[in-house]
Design a protein around this ligand. Structure first.
Ligand SMILES: [Zn+2]
Length: 149
């Protein structure tokens, strides 16, 4: 299951990522950090839509596969498509885990564990800060979106 391709170079230097991202986004996605549980923006989100990579905008996960894991991080049973993410073994912090990365830009997203619900039995445990939710178009009749800042 392990893909050893590692991080893909999309021609953006570490300094450029640092300028482009917030401090927390940079720490998580480029330095394999982890946000504190129950603090992320998408832990309980049920809004229909696409979760994109906060770094490169690639479509990574869809709301249809999101579930409430109780872990404190947004959790999914599968990526939006097979090519969206790559995985590799991660033995940091004295644990053996499988790291999940954006296939396009190599952003660290989180880890995948074999204790998820059907149909895949997988739990993609992700950092909210690595994701940007792109909501589906609202149903007709919902009226225009307010101009929120
Ligand atoms: Zn990406």
């Amino acid at each position: 299951m392990t893909n050893e391709r590692g991080e893909r170079d999309v021609g953006i230097s570490e300094d450029a990522w640092r300028r482009r991202l917030t401090e927390e986004q940079f720490r998580v996605t480029r330095k394999a950090g982890t946000e504190r549980p129950f603090t992320g923006a998408y832990v309980d989100t049920e809004t229909p839509g696409v979760y994109r990579c906060v770094c490169c905008d690639a479509e990574l996960f869809r709301s249809e596969t999101k579930f409430h894991s109780g872990s404190g991080w947004p959790s999914f049973t599968s990526p939006a498509n097979r090519a969206a993410v790559t995985t590799r073994e991660d033995e940091s912090h004295g644990m053996r885990r499988t790291e999940v990365l954006c296939a396009r830009c190599g952003a660290h997203l989180g880890h995948v564990f074999p204790d998820g619900p059907a149909p895949t039995g997988l739990r993609y445990c992700l950092n909210s800060v690595a994701l940007a939710l792109d909501p589906d178009d609202p149903e007709p009749g919902d009226g225009p979106e307010p101009d929120a800042p």
